[in-house]
Design a protein around this ligand. Structure first.
Ligand code: VGL
Ligand code: ZN
Length: 202
């Protein structure tokens, strides 16, 4: 059984949003077209409290995209984004949500960031996504969404580690940084993820 995982297709990650991924809105028509091909569609949602530790604004004198240490973990500082209950945290209005059966929210702990839909960045706490998928009989996980080099990448890595077969639908993702994505892709290929074109899924 295969599941489609829609990662963080939220207003703040598309052009005009607080942490816009270049071309991020281009993933939406494909994400919609892919959904009917799957028996199970699940979404993740970046869902930070105001003042989250990953926000540059929480660190006086620091700027977005600088590196820091957050309670012992390396952390990129981001513009304030996906604050719980704000329009930026909503799914993009063009995303078809009718077939999404479950939504896993992440990044809720103010002291810890969470790129993956499965675990926080310290791998301390599970979101329950892996058990949910196993409970539904899923063995193959297909990934689409934003951003290819952060939340999609870390979700793919954890999915592999959790024993799922992983299919990365490259055209249905966009990256914050092209170089970052090249590294992410090489790492995922080496770990056994498969990169597939959308028309291989249809
Ligand atoms: C993301 C940076 C910070 C993502 C989330 O969804 O890729 N990136 N928070
Ligand atoms: Zn975030």
């Amino acid at each position: 059984m295969k599941a489609l995982l829609l990662i963080d297709i939220q207003n703040d990650f598309v052009p005009g949003g607080a942490l816009a991924v270049p071309g991020g809105d281009a993933v939406i028509p494909l994400a919609n077209a892919l959904q009917p091909r799957f028996e199970l569609v699940v979404a993740t949602q970046d869902w930070h409290p105001a003042g989250h530790g990953s926000f540059a604004s929480s660190h006086p004198g620091r700027q977005p995209f600088e590196q820091t240490d957050l309670h012992g973990l390396p952390q990129t500082l981001w513009p304030d984004h996906c604050v719980q209950g704000t329009p930026g945290a909503d799914f993009h209005p063009a995303l078809n949500q009718h077939r999404i059966e479950a939504i896993f929210r992440k990044g809720t702990n103010p002291d810890l960031d969470s790129y993956s839909g499965f675990f926080d960045n310290g791998h301390r706490k599970s979101t329950g996504l892996a058990d949910y998928l196993r409970g539904r009989g899923v063995t193959q996980v297909y990934l689409a969404g934003l951003a290819a080099d952060y939340c999609v990448y870390f979700s793919a890595k954890d999915a592999l580690q959790e024993g799922f077969e992983v299919f990365f639908i490259e055209e249905a993702t966009r990256a914050i940084s092209v170089e970052g994505y090249q590294q992410a892709r090489a790492d995922l290929e080496q770990r056994g993820a498969r990169f597939v074109a959308a028309n291989e899924v249809f």
